[in-house]
Design a protein. Structure first.
Length: 89
């Protein structure tokens, strides 16, 4: 495989890992109120649009950042909600 092909393989693996984070966002309803889950899903959709844009602009390696960013947003949002807004599981 050439270097360019490896970039695309890694990019698609990053995109697949990002899609897996949707499970966490949907399951947030077990801890967060409905309005917070809606906001989180809106953020996830914005990240999805960014990922598609990265694929279309031929920047596949940036997709490796996407699942990390999605997980951090989810984790920090739920941690903040639990600490400051009294969300309990």
């Amino acid at each position: 495989m050439t270097r360019s092909q490896w970039h695309w393989v890694l990019g698609w693996l990053g995109f697949a890992a990002f899609l897996v984070t949707l499970v966490f966002y949907v399951a947030s309803g077990l801890l967060a109120p409905g309005w917070a889950v809606a906001v989180l899903l809106g953020l996830w959709l914005a990240l999805l649009a960014a990922g598609i844009l990265l694929l279309r602009r031929r920047r596949p390696l940036w997709l490796l950042v996407l699942p990390v960013a999605a997980w951090l947003i989810w984790f920090l949002a739920l941690s903040a909600g639990e600490a400051w807004l009294g969300w309990t599981g």
